[in-house]
Design a protein around this ligand. Structure first.
Ligand SMILES: [Zn+2]
Ligand SMILES: [Zn+2]
Length: 70
């Protein structure tokens, strides 16, 4: 796979959209790995601080609401 920006060999893959990026074009963003509720019913997020980001796609800052899965 090559870099989405410059067509050189990609060094990694965007955590958010899956595009390949080389070292020069890689960016980083916090990435929410999982959302869960603790015993008190408080919403918590498990976040990775430095996830690889391509600089093109537009991850939403806030988690999108999804219907309750039961
Ligand atoms: Zn590149
Ligand atoms: Zn991306």
């Amino acid at each position: 796979m090559n870099c989405w920006h410059c067509d050189r060999p990609a060094q990694g893959v965007c955590r958010f959209c899956g595009r390949g990026v080389c070292r020069d074009h890689a960016r980083s963003l916090p990435h929410i790995e999982a959302l869960y509720r603790n015993d008190e019913g408080v919403q918590k997020a498990l976040v990775v601080g430095n996830a690889l980001y391509c600089g093109i796609c537009q991850p939403k800052e806030d988690p999108v609401e999804i219907p309750q899965l039961k």
